[in-house]
Design a protein around this ligand. Structure first.
Ligand SMILES: Nc1ncnc2c1ncn2[C@@H]1O[C@H](COP(=O)(O)OP(=O)(O)OP(=O)(O)O)[C@@H](O)[C@H]1O
Length: 174
């Protein structure tokens, strides 16, 4: 693989802090934040709108086609609540953000999530669905689970990823 910059996935149940982490990390490293939500919407990688869930029904093939060229060049942070669709060869680090149930409940309630979506996401966090998906889809040594309950944790998570990024660049210098 000839990337000179790595690709990172930041994943986790909705509300765990993916976007907040990605924005801070992008600002500090210059890596490009790819918000899959925005790609799905702006480049119409979907099969319509799901009223019950209040979200787009994602067309994964279209989504992969839309980001492939950019991601293959390296230097991207992918922000999405799923990770198993991205080819293993694209990805160098998978960060799975985690929060406790009470915190997640408060964050999703503040966003006025529909009841069915709220409950499903809380169940998903309790069952560690995203963590399992990440471990099953990538080599376990590139999967990192990080807590994201407060600002201090976010700060130390971002610092840790920055350190990993610097080391990756040294290890992969031409
Ligand atoms: N570590 C943290 N400490 C305090 N607040 C946080 C933290 N992470 C996220 N939040 C807050 O939680 C809310 C959800 O965060 P964010 O939008 O980053 O989550 P997300 O995982 O990207 O959600 P979605 O998948 O729905 O886009 C925001 O109000 C954000 O400010």
């Amino acid at each position: 693989m000839s990337r000179t910059l790595p690709n990172i996935i930041i994943t986790g149940t909705p509300g765990t802090g993916k976007t907040s982490h990605c924005e801070l990390l992008a600002e500090r490293t210059g890596l490009k934040h790819i918000s899959v939500n925005d790609v799905v919407k702006d480049r119409e990688c979907h099969e319509g709108w799901d009223d019950e869930y209040q979200s787009w029904i994602v067309d994964e093939d279209k989504l992969l086609d839309a980001i492939e060229e950019e991601v293959k060049q390296g230097g991207c942070i992918i922000d999405w609540h799923a990770c198993d669709l991205f080819p293993k060869s694209w990805i160098d680090l998978v960060v799975v953000l985690r929060v406790d149930t009470a915190t997640l409940y408060d964050r999703l309630t503040a966003r006025k999530y529909p009841e069915v979506k709220l409950q499903e996401n809380i169940d998903s966090e309790i069952m560690e669905v995203l963590l399992q998906e990440a471990k099953e889809s990538y080599n376990e040594e590139i999967v990192v689970e990080l807590q994201s309950v407060n600002a201090d944790e976010m700060e130390s998570n971002v610092e840790r990823i920055e350190q990993w990024f610097e080391q990756w660049k040294k290890n992969n210098a031409p």
